[in-house]
Design a binder for this molecule. Sequence first.
Ligand code: SAH
Length: 666
Amino acid sequence: MSDFDDARAWMVERQIVRRGVRDHHVISAMRRVPREAFVPSEFRDFAYDDTPLPIGGEQSISQPFIVAKMLEAADLHPGDHVLDIGTGSGYAAAIAAEIAGRVDSIERDASLAEGARERLQRLGYENVEVHIGDGTVGFAAHAPYNAIIAAAGGPHVPQALRAQLAPGGRLVMPVGSSRSHQRLVKIVRRGEHDYDEHGLGEVRFVPLVGDDGWPEPGSAPHANARPASQPTPPALEAAIRDAAEPLPDLDAPEFAAFFDRFAGRRVVLLGEASHGTSEFYRARAAITRRLIEHHGFSMIAVEADWPDAAIIDRHVRDRPMPGERSRPFRRFPTWMWRNTDFMGFVAWLRSHNAAHRERETRFYGLDIYSLSESIDVVLRYLDSVDPAAARIARERYGCLSPWQQDPAVYGRAAITGGYARCEEQVIAQLGDLLKNRLAYAREDGEGFLDAAQNARLVAVAEQYYRAMYYGGPQSWNLRDTHMFDTLRYALDRHGPRARAVVWAHNSHIGDASATERGRAQDEINLGQLCRAYFGDAVALIGFGTHSGTLATASDWGGPMEVKTVAPSLAGSVEFSMHGTGLARFLLDLRPGVHDALRERLREPLLERFIGVIYRPESERHSHYAQASLAEQFDAFVWFDRTSAVTALPVSVDEHDHAAQTFPFGV
Ligand code: SAH
């Protein structure tokens, strides 16, 4: 393989697949089209970077991910007839041509059009025709089209384009009220005058210039133009205070009603700025209760392990426990879930479900730290349905058993120590389970699904611990991709109307592409994947605080301590929020609500991230990173002073009065 082939394969894996694109036509087309042939020779070495590149005439070849995302949304099939508006380099047209039957591509800049025509011909794309002209009026001579895609953003969707869609046809284009900021819109033609429309998130494209687009430019803004000025903090404080909606007390019934504006979303993700702060748990519980009671949300998915959450799920639905090992959350950091706030929420959910058996709310775990428990669940399940298969599974999982108590050591041993890699075995085990799905599921459908998910987890965890050894972004990305896949799996399991609330840390929920770690270190996260996949059917809601106390540890695995949260650093976004003088508020960051403030909060500012470990002695270095708040979140919830969660002990006596106090056994 040439270097470009390697770079292309890696690009598709990292930029496309890991970000949630699943359409196999698009993925395999992206693996084939040589992007290096579509960029000017001086940029060839950057052909597989995660970015648009200049192609002359102030135009650019689109970022690979955006091409994949648009073509996935356009739902291309073999045989389709496609109209591609804004040929540019011809790259997107070539990807479309790999999948569809025939592509008409239209470009207003004659020299770009000539270049693309010659290039596509040289590369052998005989099913693409490049036309010079104004794409805002479509290309009526060859209409109708099964799909229309536009690589430039206009002020609205031109009527001519809607009219040139075949029945069932899909149109995907950026639309926005300014020349440089748009949202991606997808339109499906359902009938003669009947079109469905929905948004797929914010994007930045060059302007669509033409009769039914933007007027001819005096000077077109650059695609990635950003306002240059850094707001001075007092002005930012004042702007936040003007936009802030003061919130009532956490226990007041009106508190959660402030979040009704997100009730129409399919997935609402609620963050937290530390894993040990009571207010974040209580606020999330109150909002979640409201979304369940008043707005038809039917599942909660949290940053906890699948087997632990499965125990809670059975408990809140009053189902029998799978085995004796049914006391959840015994692994560090136990206070993250073994605390009075979460216990109160579980008790509420159990009584809510008891009163609504016909539409029970489910509880799922998205995380991947359950290697040992997940192996147990698979084995126990097979013992009960297929003892012969259980014997084979024991042998395969035996490869991992020396490391089960400390799987991080497995990663190191498998890579450096000459110990066996267990990859093949765990994948084979998952494959076997899925192969027998029909036979197994007949016996016990729910048990099978749970076992299959645990087998999947073992396979991901095996990869995760090997990736951890290298210390790059891969292990983080595997974990967040797994969270996203699990969320989708849980939603799919309950049909197209299922809607979920997610609880996870701000670092998983706030769109990583708006943070230093995302931009500089290639980290992706759950919130970003959700946006890419669900578009504006998701809401990403962050939480923050200035000072108070929290439950934490000084080192991984160490005892829980209650520490004081240091006041937020001058210059941080928290510092400006504190400067408003408000005790609690909601900041609505959706487009069209407080656009001037939003524009200011697009500028990167320091933001505080505290996870399980808190090290106030190295506060700046350990806990702050640059992030663009308005791009990370759709809303932000502020509690100026916060307090530590009250932890519950992990009882040593399994037989005490656990029955009444299950699942926390205090
Ligand atoms: N799909 C291209 C991206 C090109 S950038 C690629 O993969 O390389 C967008 C292109 O849209 C520019 O080349 C610009 O000249 C073109 N464009 C803008 N307005 C247009 C219009 N009204 N009709 C056709 N092309 C247009």
